[in-house]
Design a binder for this molecule. Sequence first.
Ligand code: HEC
Ligand code: HEC
Ligand code: HEC
Ligand code: HEC
Ligand code: HEC
Length: 256
Amino acid sequence: MLALFGVMIPFFSMAAQQPEIVCIQCHSTMPGKLGEPVKLWRGSIHAENGIACNACHGGDPADAANAMSPARGFLGAPKETAIPDFCGRCHVGVKNDYLASAHGRALGRGGPTCVTCHGNHLVLKASLNLINEQSCSRCHSFERARVIKAAMKETEDMIVAIDARITAYKAHGTDTGKLEKELFAVRNRFHTLFHNVDVELVRRDSAQIQDELKKIQNTLQGLDDSYRKRKIAGAVAVAGALLAALLLHVLRKTYD
Ligand code: HEC
Ligand code: HEC
Ligand code: HEC
Ligand code: HEC
Ligand code: HEC
């Protein structure tokens, strides 16, 4: 994370003064393979987060004449085997998981790289939809992918449901800070599961993560119970007050 900020801060301060960098100015006018990256990139999560051409490819985004000079840090387009390091400068944890996995070990020998699954310029927010028969059966059968997806889908559904319950309590004014922090930590751990593509590991870790989610569910159940009790106590108090008012009224009538 710190490494990521290190990369991003110099970029953001530059982006503030330079809304349209020279890379985009020049490449957006070019046909075919040289212009296409600009169009694709505009719709990406990287564009949304201020990660422009030079953040990935290096070079000087403020000097058209020397933009692609290696002396200005230009890296060019990475070869297939260099892609994990290229993307991994910012996504360090993912890179390490990937390199240790069956996919990383098959790099350059038929294994997928980051862009095989995420694309290169039109990278979108990641989700379990990336695990699908069409994409994952390009090189092998879908069976192991199906097991991984099922375990992860079950866990993700739990996370989404818990998130909705916490949000509802928060809207009621309950202090949910601790629960939110717990869910955040579990969710982060969950999202590091995939790149190992190790069926047994994903199964085992999913079970552990689900145990932690069940603890959060128990805390929420406790909140539900005490909320219900308070509601009943409230209703009893209201009913009592009404009964007292009625008695008083009847008493007055009898004395009148
Ligand atoms: C004045 C026009 C111009 C500017 C400015 C410019 N480019 Fe290029 N770029 C080109 C042309 C022409 C090519 C194809 C010929 C070549 O590779 O030199 C190219 C090629 C590339 C390639 C492919 C190289 C490869 O190895 O296949 C990348 C990546 C690239 N540019 C990125 C950038 C980035 C990043 C910037 C800004 C820092 C930038 N360009 C600025 C004109 C430009
Ligand atoms: C998230 C990182 C990333 C960003 C941001 C990015 N690129 Fe690329 N670019 C790549 C990768 C990776 C490749 C190698 C593509 C491959 O092998 O699939 C590439 C390849 C290219 C090529 C060579 C295309 C070809 O097919 O030969 C050009 C030109 C290029 N990029 C220009 C740009 C321009 C211009 C921008 C800004 C609008 C940009 N890139 C932004 C990662 C990025
Ligand atoms: C200069 C830093 C940098 C480089 C290099 C980079 N990214 Fe990113 N990437 C980011 C930032 C910043 C975000 C948005 C914040 C986030 O979600 O982490 C992001 C988001 C993503 C996401 C969405 C994450 C999510 O939460 O759903 C994916 C997928 C992704 N990048 C893949 C790639 C791929 C593939 C490459 C190489 C082609 C690459 N990135 C290169 C900085 C970078
Ligand atoms: C075999 C396909 C595949 C490959 C190869 C792959 N990814 Fe992913 N990636 C996914 C899937 C599927 C998810 C969504 C997992 C989830 O929802 O928890 C994901 C999630 C992500 C995320 C968001 C979650 C997180 O941990 O931050 C980032 C960033 C990311 N990938 C970057 C990369 C990078 C960088 C590489 C290369 C080093 C890479 N991916 C290689 C399929 C792949
Ligand atoms: C470009 C080819 C390619 C694509 C696309 C691909 N894989 Fe793989 N995958 C491989 C190779 C090569 C291996 C290692 C040999 C083997 O076990 O089949 C592998 C192995 C695996 C394994 C077994 C890992 C282990 O430790 O035993 C799983 C699970 C897997 N892939 C899941 C996926 C999923 C999920 C996707 C789609 C998001 C996907 N693969 C897409 C090439 C690919």
